[in-house]
Design a protein around this ligand. Structure first.
Ligand code: OAD
Length: 245
């Protein structure tokens, strides 16, 4: 079985990392204006504010730990592979909690907070400290244009061709912990359906595009994802055990 999983902020919520747009108004974008913090224009106009926002998020991330949902997805990857299947894990999250839980292959379509990029020479490097206007690029030695290696509003998400190909050849598309409010990721479920791929969402509540999913499980990711992974692996085992016609 070939499974495509798309994760969003809800998968990391129980690790203490905030979501962006929760219905109770506690999301990050209810407290901070994304247009002033997560656009190339904001970085050009107010780099100090942008750096302060991402520096604080980076330090929070370093203190956080993966939860049972991240761990179950790492297990799914390992166990599917030993059974001749495959998992494509695409995340909108800029945290590294999937990797810390043991996932070997993760596509970060919105970039990675623990990397920095030089806007002058494009060099990307691992980064755990703060960034500022005086930070020098380790590659070209110029200062002033080091930025978090994240995708901002108005920028192109990463690995889109690879993602489109993986969706088209999947047997099952599953969206976990994402509101379905931000494109292009919100459109992946429609692409899956056009390719005849079965679709399922796991979320605290119905997402904005809930009607596109064939199946749904609503509840906390730390509970629902491990239960779903158990069911999937049991199904794969049952198919393998069934005598072929
Ligand atoms: P959102 O904050 O938009 O949605 C998070 C979803 O997770 C909501 O539907 C919640 O109901 C759900 N949720 C919250 N806690 C949960 C839990 N414990 N278990 C399961 N689900 C839970 O986050 P994303 O959809 O990831 O982009 O947001 C997409 C993009 O918007 C982000 O990558 C970011 C943001 O702007 C950029 O910064 C470019």
């Amino acid at each position: 079985m070939n499974i495509f999983v798309l994760t969003g902020a809800g998968v990391s919520a129980e690790s203490g990392l905030g979501t962006f747009r929760d219905k109770d108004g506690s999301g990050i974008w209810a407290r901070f204006d994304p247009m002033k913090l997560a656009t190339p224009e904001a970085f050009a106009k107010n780099p100090e504010d942008v750096h302060a926002f991402y520096n604080a998020r980076r330090q929070n991330l370093i203190k956080a730990a993966p939860n049972a949902a991240h761990e179950a997805l790492a297990r799914l990857e390992a166990e599917l592979t030993t059974r001749g299947g495959a998992l494509t894990l695409v995340t909108q999250n800029i945290d590294d909690l999937h990797e810390r839980a043991g996932s070997k292959s993760v596509i970060h379509m919105h970039g990675e907070l623990l990397k920095a990029r030089c806007a002058l020479c494009d060099d990307v490097t691992a980064w755990r400290g703060d960034l500022g206007r005086s930070t020098e690029c380790l590659a070209c030695r110029r200062a002033g244009q080091m930025r978090p290696h994240v995708v901002w509003f108005g920028e192109m998400p990463l690995a889109m061709d690879e993602i489109a190909e993986s969706i088209a050849r999947a047997d099952l598309f599953v969206a976990i912990g994402t509101s379905g409010a931000v494109y292009p990721a919100a459109g992946f479920v429609a692409a899956a359906r056009r390719s005849g791929v079965a679709t399922c969402e796991i979320n605290l509540e119905p997402s904005d595009n809930a009607e596109w999913f064939d199946a749904a499980r609503y509840g906390r990711a730390s509970v629902e994802v491990p239960a779903w992974v158990e069911e999937v692996l049991a199904k794969v085992d049952a198919r393998r055990a069934a005598p072929s016609a």
